[in-house]
Design a protein around this ligand. Structure first.
Ligand SMILES: Nc1ncnc2c1ncn2[C@@H]1O[C@H](COP(=O)(O)OP(=O)(O)OP(=O)(O)O)[C@@H](O)[C@H]1O
Ligand SMILES: [Mg+2]
Length: 251
């Protein structure tokens, strides 16, 4: 689904990402782990077009997307959630999801302003899709809440619904379970499992080792901007370098 080849991102002299190369296989859950500051979010930002890479190539569904702007990458089927939650805080929950559908909406600004039939149909359709997505993530009772009125776990679910609204083939999630209590983490893991069942490819950044080891098909380990290892959860856990650099103790 995704191929990262020799990708580096330097901020001046700081090598945030240095020659990362790995694949994210289609239909599976791949997790990226590594200590704070290892370059994980930076690599996500480069892959999703938010930051230009210093060198390297990124291929998505067989197309070289290196240097594409973010909206074009979203339209190609790459959705993502953010480590810091991103939503419009002046829009309610359902409006936030509708706003994410912009890239799947064909009517022009003029058609919207004039309220031409294609625009009505799209609006009705966008609203219906948004409501279905909110039901799917378990927010059907909170459609008219403002995002700030939601618990943190619910805000994470809103992020998932917003990303799904772009109709992605691959969902990238930056620390979806950060700051959540165990019972809420389990609900989110169940949601991620359902995404996989839907046929989505999942690419996560995750710190919670229980989550990583139980749901991942593949794990990529970053350390100081470099890739330390990749493999199945069992392979990564048994890798002495990974244990020394990151896991600390053998688990
Ligand atoms: N826009 C930027 N300008 C300069 N340096 C940056 C920028 N973004 C990130 N960095 C630096 O790049 C390095 C990697 O940061 P990054 O946020 O990618 O790490 P991370 O692996 O996501 O960490 P965490 O687990 O804490 O989220 C850090 O040293 C960070 O300070
Ligand atoms: Mg990060």
């Amino acid at each position: 689904m995704l191929r990262v080849q020799g990708v580096s991102k330097h901020f001046g002299g700081l090598h945030a990402v240095e020659k990362a190369s790995f694949d994210v296989p289609q239909g599976l859950i791949t997790s990226m782990i590594g200590p704070n500051g290892a370059g994980k979010t930076t690599l996500f930002n480069v892959i999703s077009g938010l930051l230009p890479q210093t060198e390297g190539r990124i291929t998505f569904k067989g197309t070289d997307i290196t240097g594409w702007p973010p909206h074009r990458i979203v339209a190609a089927g790459m959705g993502r959630t953010f480590q810091s939650l991103e939503y419009f805080d002046n829009l309610n929950v359902v409006e936030n999801v509708i706003a994410s559908r912009f890239c799947r909406t064909g009517s022009s600004l003029l058609e919207s302003i004039l309220g031409l039939p294609r625009d009505w149909r799209e609006r009705r359709n966008n609203r219906q899709v948004a409501e279905e997505l909110l039901e799917w993530v378990g927010l059907q009772d909170r459609m008219y809440f403002m995002p700030t009125e939601l618990s943190y776990g619910m805000q994470r679910r809103l992020e998932v619904a917003r990303a799904l609204a772009t109709e992605p083939d691959m969902m990238m999630m930056d620390e979806p379970t950060a700051g959540l209590t165990q019972s809420i983490v389990e609900g989110l893991m169940e949601l991620i499992g359902r995404l996989k069942e839907m046929g989505k490819t999942i690419f996560l950044i995750e710190h919670n080792m229980n989550v990583v080891m139980s749901i991942s098909d593949k794990v990529v380990v970053m350390n100081f901007g470099e890739m330390l290892a990749e493999g199945s959860p069992a392979e990564v856990q048994a890798n002495p370098e990974v244990v020394d650099a990151y896991l600390g103790v053998r688990v």
